[in-house]
Design a protein around this ligand. Structure first.
Ligand code: THJ
Length: 125
């Protein structure tokens, strides 16, 4: 059983498929994938977020993602593909593993927000 953050990340990265900005764009266009920014609000405020992304800090993810939770966000559906990203790809990997453990069928890690920006992806406040 993993214990250190290194082991947790290795398990998460093995479970959650890593995708490129181009692949993310295709998943949104063709499969209506939900893009989730799991950074904390102050980070999002200082950089903006991926166009169309929902900001759900990692601390609230389970509550927003579980349809049985009073805090559920209706954008989350276990059958809808979900693409996660954060500052460097660590939190999004761990968050992705959590969604898989919660029964989400298609979960992807876009990795670092800056990679999206450098690829020319759209950004909004
Ligand atoms: O969690 S992180 O990769 O953004 S530091």
């Amino acid at each position: 059983m993993p214990g250190s953050v290194k082991e947790l990340l290795a398990a998460a990265n093995a479970a959650v498929t890593r995708i490129t900005p181009e692949e993310a764009t295709t998943l949104v266009a063709e499969q209506n994938a939900l893009v989730v920014d799991v950074r904390d609000a102050p980070e999002v405020q200082s950089t903006g977020k991926v166009q169309g992304a929902l900001n759900v800090s990692r601390g609230m993810l389970e509550f927003r993602a579980d349809p049985a939770s009073p805090y559920h966000n209706e954008a989350f559906d276990p059958n809808r593909p979900v693409i996660l990203y954060c500052a460097s790809g660590g939190r999004s990997a761990l968050a992705g593993k959590t969604l898989i453990d919660m029964g989400y069928k298609s979960v992807y890690n876009l990795g670092a927000f800056k990679d999206w920006v450098e690829s020319g992806g759209g950004v909004e406040p």
